[in-house]
Design a protein around this ligand. Structure first.
Ligand SMILES: Nc1ncnc2c1ncn2[C@@H]1O[C@H](COP(=O)(O)OP(=O)(O)OP(=O)(O)O)[C@@H](O)[C@H]1O
Ligand SMILES: [Mg+2]
Length: 259
């Protein structure tokens, strides 16, 4: 079932320049939740660590085109990089683990042009872009191609600084390459409500950027790390876990925001 057959394809960039903020865990599990709700989802892995393929159990294929081929081969087409994940409604354009960040074609609109291919819009309802923990050309490509930005953050003070740095880049992209870019929300990850510092940092983000922009968070749950290690979304690995409940609630909230 396709929920949004008549709606235009949405593109969400999942970003935070801070490493280990939960970007990939969020990308993989939001993608899986929305796919289970009937959206045809394409996950793009812009981070050459290649963790999306690990989290979905997609094996590397020697010689196959990867998402980063777009940056190294002018003939490469996005659809040629798309792989089945074995999950209904969910596809992956995996990263090239050999891609050296800082190399490749220096064009910040390359991904936006690749996604403008009508054949891509005909196949997918939603594109989620997992990004590397950096403020480089790949991040600019994601922000220039996206309609929405989702910012996972671990609620502690250092991570608030990462959010602030990202927001400065975001505002620049909004006033230059991509005026239509909108903030989908800030997502507290690995959160513990009983830790005062977590509550304080989440409150700070809400005060600075608007409380309604803080999404229902993802609690700390080892099942999320375990699911990742065995190459499954948490909804398949541990359906009754806290992590699965939180990603399911987040997906319901996102479907309303994207409607
Ligand atoms: N809610 C959670 N509870 C427990 N562990 C989590 C949770 N979210 C993420 N993790 C674990 O934290 C680590 C970092 O998460 P993840 O890889 O998603 O972050 P990232 O922002 O993508 O990192 P990078 O910047 O390196 O790409 C991983 O080992 C992941 O399994
Ligand atoms: Mg990651």
């Amino acid at each position: 079932m396709t929920i949004l057959a008549s709606a235009p394809m949405r593109v969400i960039a999942v970003c935070n320049r801070k490493g280990g903020a939960g970007k990939t865990t969020t990308s993989v599990n939001v993608a899986a939740e929305l796919a289970a709700l009937g959206w045809r989802v394409l996950l793009l892995d812009l981070d050459s660590q290649g963790h999306c393929a690990v989290g979905l159990g997609v094996k590397a294929q020697a010689g196959a085109a990867c998402l980063h081929s777009l940056f190294t081969n002018p003939q490469a087409r996005l659809l040629d990089t798309v792989r089945d994940t074995g999950l209904e409604n969910l596809w992956l354009a995996p990263a090239d683990q050999l891609f050296e960040h800082g190399t490749g074609v220096r064009d910040e609109l390359l991904l936006a042009r690749a996604l403008a291919d009508p054949a891509v819009a005909a196949r997918f309802d939603l594109v989620l872009v997992d990004t590397p923990p950096s403020l480089d050309l790949l991040l600019l490509n994601a922000l220039s191609a996206a309609h929405w930005v989702l910012v996972p953050f671990v609620p502690h003070p250092l991570s608030f600084e990462g959010v602030r740095q990202l927001m400065r880049v975001l505002f620049k992209v909004m006033s230059n390459q991509n005026p239509g870019l909108k903030l989908l929300g800030f997502l507290p990850t690995m959160a513990a409500e009983n830790i005062r510092q977590h509550r304080a940092t989440t409150g700070d983000v809400g005060r600075q950027y608007g409380a309604p922009r803080v999404l229902p968070g993802i609690r700390n749950d080892i099942k999320l790390a375990e699911a990742f290690a065995v190459g499954q979304p948490v909804r398949a690995y541990a359906p009754s876990s806290r992590g699965a409940q939180d990603f399911s609630a987040l997906a319901s909230c996102l479907t309303q925001l994207l409607a």
